[in-house]
Design a protein around this ligand. Structure first.
Ligand SMILES: NC(=O)c1ccc[n+]([C@@H]2O[C@H](COP(=O)([O-])OP(=O)(O)OC[C@H]3O[C@@H](n4cnc5c(N)ncnc54)[C@H](OP(=O)(O)O)[C@@H]3O)[C@@H](O)[C@H]2O)c1
Length: 438
């Protein structure tokens, strides 16, 4: 049986890969994508939603939940337009795959499978991630929530991080290939996705320049991607007291600078073999964040989970635009980035610069996409630009010096990541375990 059998390949398919789709934001992205795709795309187009989970059980459960959601959406449409349900059902195809971002071989295995069985990819949403926290400093949490309510719930300082965590070895001990430590949070939140993006870049590139679209890699960052959490000499955050925040700052730096001429050598190498040519266009990397949503990324007992949701709603009603609270609302920025026309994104960037796209809501919970400030870049990389709402407590106005520093660190991060990728690929090959793509 060929590998492509049982794998949906509809004509005029729009292929979206979402990692870590079985819970939290990943599930919200899946359901929102179905809703918006069916509402905004012509009837001739079909969505192929490829979800990844760490095991089959989670994959089956996720597909079942997405199918249930699709049934509900179709039922609602059927009420206004009898007969439409069948048409809509046929426009959404599901496929599940395995991915463990802490195993580089798992990333290679999935990439090879995608390259062997998928005609193209339109969007890869790098959603999966871990916090790497061991608990909550409760006295500090209570004190800061009581004294600085909104700040404490938007920019918490009370999560306790595991320090020095490293991923399990990638190569079996009997292979006698020495391997250096790989920061666990870094590997799950940055490096695993980074490799995935590199290997699937040729699939993302399969868009002729004449189409109003380009393959897109969407990285997920956070409001907590503060400048001071990141040390360029410890890119993997192994010595960091806040490895999660460090991983998200790295995400911001690399995504924003990926569009600048200073990084083009490393970025071109990263997206190698992906064009441009008559049939291909170089993919783009975008960065987004979901605001603040109630998910199990910070595991809490049920009663505290209820309290967390109550506190999040209160923060929204007291004026915090970032409290999306539910994952469906938190997914608005990622789904917009996935479905927007290329000409729309390009013209927004031409006018206001490259940006970090966040999910926000108003008092009533009406969600929208908002640019988010990035230290050393501002909202669009323009010194003196008009200031917006939702700044973090450490925000400083953009200066020429801080911007130069940001751009310079972007260049170094791209060079260091490329070097790390090449070193790991070499190591896996040397151990005889690497999965070759061709
Ligand atoms: N919730 C928020 O307010 C918030 C705010 C800012 C940013 N984010 C970002 O949003 C993304 C999703 O977070 P969430 O809040 O939805 O958390 P979540 O509910 O814990 O979901 C995390 C997802 O990542 C998967 N995952 C974890 N480790 C993995 C690995 N090694 N390999 C493959 N998949 C792995 C999980 O799968 P398992 O079920 O198998 O563990 C799960 O599907 C993350 O990147 C997070 O940093 C969330």
């Amino acid at each position: 049986m060929s590998q492509a059998e049982n794998i949906p390949q509809p004509e005029n398919g729009f292929y979206v890969l979402v990692t870590g789709a079985n819970s939290g934001l990943g599930l919200g992205i899946g359901t929102r994508l179905i809703d918006e795709f069916l509402q905004t795309r012509p009837q001739t187009e079909s969505l192929v939603l490829i979800i990844t989970t760490r095991d089959q059980r989670k994959g089956d459960a996720t597909i079942a939940r997405l199918q249930e959601h699709l049934r509900k959406v179709c039922k609602n449409h059927e009420r206004t337009l009898p007969g439409i349900s069948r048409v809509l059902q046929q426009r959404v195809h599901f496929r599940q795959e395995r991915l463990d971002l802490l195993s580089l071989l798992s990333v290679q295995r999935l990439s090879k499978r995608l390259r062997d069985t998928t005609p193209k990819l339109d969007v890869v949403i790098c959603n999966a991630g871990i916090g790497g926290w061991t608990g909550i400093n409760w006295p500090l949490a209570i004190w800061s929530i009581v004294t600085t309510w909104r700040k404490a719930l938007s920019y918490p300082t009370f999560k306790i991080s595991g320090i020095g965590w490293v991923a399990k070895p990638q190569i079996a001990a009997d292979k006698e290939v020495e391997e250096p430590a790989l920061g666990e949070v870094f590997c799950a939140n940055n490096f695993g996705h980074y490799l995935l993006g590199h290997y699937v870049a040729p699939l993302l590139a399969r868009h002729p320049p004449s189409e109003d679209t380009r393959g897109r890699i969407i990285w997920i960052s956070s409001l907590e991607a503060y400048d001071f959490t990141f040390d360029i000499e410890d890119m993997q955050g192994i010595g960091s007291r806040v490895p999660y925040e460090s991983s998200k700052r790295l995400t911001d730096i690399m995504a924003i600078t990926s569009a600048l001429p200073t990084t083009s050598k490393a970025v071109d190498q990263y997206l190698e073999a992906s064009g441009p040519s008559e049939k291909t266009t170089k993919p783009r990397i975008y960065v987004s964040h979901p605001g603040i949503c109630g998910t199990s990324i910070v595991p809490l007992p049920l009663i505290l989970e209820y309290l967390m949701f109550a506190a999040f709603y209160l923060a929204r009603w007291l004026g915090s635009q970032w409290h999306c609270v539910t994952v469906e609302k938190g997914a608005v920025a990622m789904v917009w980035l996935a479905l927007a026309k290329q000409s729309t994104l390009d013209s927004m960037e031409r006018k206001e610069g490259v940006g970090k796209w966040g999910s926000a809501t108003d008092f009533w919970g009406q969600e929208r996409v908002e640019r988010s400030e990035v230290a050393g870049w501002g909202w669009g990389g323009k010194v003196g630009e008009h200031k917006r709402k939702g700044r973090d407590p450490y925000a400083q106005d953009l200066t020429k010096e801080s911007q130069d520093k940001f751009v310079e660190s972007g260049k170094k991060c791209w060079e260091d990541m490329e070097q790390l990728r090449l070193e790991w690929e070499h190591r896996l090959r040397q151990a005889g375990v690497s999965i070759e793509m061709h």
